[in-house]
Design a protein around this ligand. Structure first.
Ligand SMILES: NC(=O)c1ccc[n+]([C@@H]2O[C@H](COP(=O)([O-])OP(=O)(O)OC[C@H]3O[C@@H](n4cnc5c(N)ncnc54)[C@H](OP(=O)(O)O)[C@@H]3O)[C@@H](O)[C@H]2O)c1
Length: 363
């Protein structure tokens, strides 16, 4: 029996990881290595296709050292029940329809299905969707936005999940409870966020060179960064009204981690930080992948490294009625692969946190 055939005969849910050699793919494989019910049974890629896993990733041992394969839908369907697509934007929209036709259930970590239509995605990402000729609007409408704390039941039944971006995950998590309850003004929201260089993926980019990124902090994508519309879309859904916000990301000299600071104006300026913490607590008490910190404790990215936990806290400037929300995640785990596994867990009928690391480490 070949290594691929051996991988495909496992019990429990069989998972294909396409984009296995990239950061999201690697983290997904690592997280699923210790998983009680889900097993990686297919590794897909383009440049790495045909290569033994050990030649790509010697530090992450896989049994029988499988060969990475090209992302052929028929071959994937023979080997797997679920597919995690961890690909550059614009590829999932080509591959996902083929996979869905073959009865596979798909979690896409890219942005292709996060919008109502591929035309909208194409506009935001200023990228041609080569699959725009397909009748995609139904597919996009059927895709569930994969924020498990907010769309858990829909994710459980979904055939196609569009996992949120890392900035939207960190920013929406503390913001949504206040929008849902109508406690803040829906205009004038400002999000100031910082991320490490792994946010750019494993493919080499000049701005991510150590010489460029170290000992420096710089904003990018100021006004109209593509995550702005993604955050607004989900914020509007929860608020039930139009939400316009300002989002500015910054690249900071660290490898992983994402911190989002959100400024919003309270409708009732009499609310205190304790009141607002109660609002967060009430929403997240039963969600093991989110921790609400006590008033005066502010989240640090270091506390979230390698965990699928989001740390959130809130402070209020009672002089101005300004609320400051803070949220830290590991961009590669709760912001990407871990969230993808959280969605897979729900799709497989498991508690969302199954097999995921939730302990915070320090330092
Ligand atoms: N990094 C983050 O913090 C983060 C967070 C949230 C979401 N995301 C999103 O997640 C997705 C993956 O990001 P990443 O950071 O993991 O990217 P990455 O490190 O650059 O990896 C991309 C992967 O895609 C594969 N690939 C490229 N073209 C392919 C093709 N035509 N067919 C099959 N495989 C192909 C590459 O494999 P080969 O080398 O074999 O070609 C590589 O394994 C992106 O859409 C990104 O926006 C990233």
């Amino acid at each position: 029996m070949s290594a691929v055939e051996a991988m495909a005969t496992v019990k429990g849910g069989r998972v294909a990881v396409i984009g296995a050699s990239g950061y999201g793919g690697l983290q997904t494989i690592r997280l699923l290595q210790g998983h009680p019910s889900l097993t990686v049974t297919f590794l897909g890629g383009e440049r790495s296709a045909g290569k033994r896993w050990s030649s790509i990733c010697s530090f992450l041992h896989l049994p029988d050292d499988p060969v990475v394969q090209s992302a052929d839908a028929d071959h994937i369907a023979e080997a797997a029940d679920y597919v995690v697509l961890s690909l550059p934007n614009g590829l999932a929209c080509q591959l996902a329809p083929e996979l869905l036709q073959r009865g596979l259930r798909v979690v896409d970590l890219s942005a292709d299905f996060r919008y109502r239509s591929l035309a909208q995605w194409s506009q935001v990402y200023i990228q041609e969707a080569s699959c725009l000729s397909r009748d995609d609007s139904e597919l996009c409408r059927s895709a569930v936005y994969g924020l498990p704390e907010w769309h858990g039941p829909a994710i459980s039944d979904a055939r196609l999940v569009a996992a949120p971006g890392c900035f939207p995950t960190a920013s929406l998590m503390p913001l949504l409870p206040f929008l849902k309850q109508g406690l803040i003004e829906t205009d004038g929201i400002i999000i100031d966020a910082k991320t490490g260089t792994s946010g750019g993926g494993r493919v080499p980019k000049e701005a991510m060179l150590l010489a460029e990124a170290s000992e420096s902090i710089a904003p990018y994508g100021v006004i109209g960064h593509r995550h702005t519309s993604e955050i607004e879309q989900m914020a509007q859904e929860v608020a039930g009204q139009d939400v316009r916000l300002q989002f500015t990301p910054h690249l900071v000299p660290m490898v992983r981690g994402l911190l989002s600071t959100v400024y919003a104006r309270l409708r009732d300026p009499g609310l205190t930080a304790e009141d607002c913490t109660t609002v967060l607590d009430a929403v997240y008490r039963h969600h093991p992948c989110v921790s609400v910190l006590p008033v005066g404790t502010y989240p640090a990215t270091k506390w979230t490294r390698h965990t699928n936990r989001a740390l959130v806290s809130v402070q209020v400037d009672t002089r101005t009625g300004q609320m400051i929300l803070m949220s830290a995640i590991d961009n590669l785990i709760k912001g990407q692969a871990g969230q993808g596994v959280q969605c897979l867990n729900l799709m497989h009928g498991l508690p969302p946190e199954t097999g995921l690391p939730l302990h915070c480490f320090y330092p």
